[in-house]
Design a protein around this ligand. Structure first.
Ligand SMILES: [Zn+2]
Length: 255
């Protein structure tokens, strides 16, 4: 078991209810994650997303055990003359250009827990987040995808197996490893059905004003991959659901 939970930056996943003591935003009224009651969502029409071409290319990324999760960022430039490939999207009812910041996975100590958001009270075994930022407005937008356990008829997503295998090597805080990924294969961006609401980061400081897009696609991941992460990295990596406090949750279907 990892000692990563003992980091000295005042928070861990054993005690999310105390995060607000050091991070006041975590006690706010528009926090994430939430339980989405699908029959209370409001239909809304959004323009299509448009992704930069590099989402479909194989690119080099760096995975880092930051003591709380294994976050994946674009690998640092090898020389100053080479720029990092552009990764950004527009559309989807958001204003301006949102640049890729990182992606990471949340999981639980067994298959009955792990996702941060819940749909009609249902928890998935894992949830992926793709964090993007508008560099002009400083707005943050996160794409979320749920997972289920792969089976004979629903094979494990190969790109997510790569993530689990690479992340499982990072047993200590600060460990890093490089790996190539196709973001479009990890994100299943062809999926167009989603929920939309405004909430917060789900890790301290839990700043609010984050625009969430929660896709319906359920991505298959092998139990073995989740077990590797549980055993080698951290047992659980998710914040429990927070009060909705009257927020409107939109959906882009059924209108
Ligand atoms: Zn997250």
């Amino acid at each position: 078991m990892s000692c990563a939970d003992e980091s000295n930056d005042y928070w861990n996943y054993n005690d999310p209810s105390k995060w607000h003591e050091h991070f006041p935003s975590a006690g706010g009224f528009s926090q994430s994650p939430i339980n989405i009651k699908s029959n209370e969502t409001v239909p809304q029409v959004y323009p299509a997303f448009s992704f930069s071409p590099n989402y479909t290319h194989q690119l080099l990324f760096t995975l880092t055990n930051n003591g709380h999760q294994v976050a994946v960022t674009q690998a640092a430039k090898s020389t100053s003359s080479q720029n990092q490939p552009d990764l950004w999207f527009t559309g989807g009812g958001l204003h301006g250009k949102f640049h890729f910041v990182n992606f990471h996975l949340h999981w639980g100590k067994n298959d009955r827990h792990g996702s941060e958001h819940e749909i009609d009270g249902y928890r998935f075994p894992a949830e992926a987040h793709f964090v993007h930022k508008n560099l002009e407005t400083k707005e943050t937008a996160v794409f979320a995808f749920f997972f289920d356990i792969a089976s004979k008829h629903h094979h494990e997503n190969v790109e997510w197996k790569k993530y689990a295998d690479a992340a499982s090597q990072l047993k200590n805080t600060g460990d890093t490893v490089d790996c190539t990924f196709h973001l479009s294969n990890l994100m299943q961006i062809e999926d167009r059905q989603y929920f939309r609401y405004t909430g917060s980061l789900t890790t301290p400081p839990c700043a609010e004003g984050v625009i969430w897009t929660i896709f319906f696609t359920v991505i298959p991941i092998a139990e073995k991959s989740l077990n590797e992460l549980r055993q080698n990295v951290m047992r659980k990596v998710y914040r429990p659901v927070q009060p909705v406090n009257g927020r409107v949750i939109y959906r882009n279907y059924g209108h």
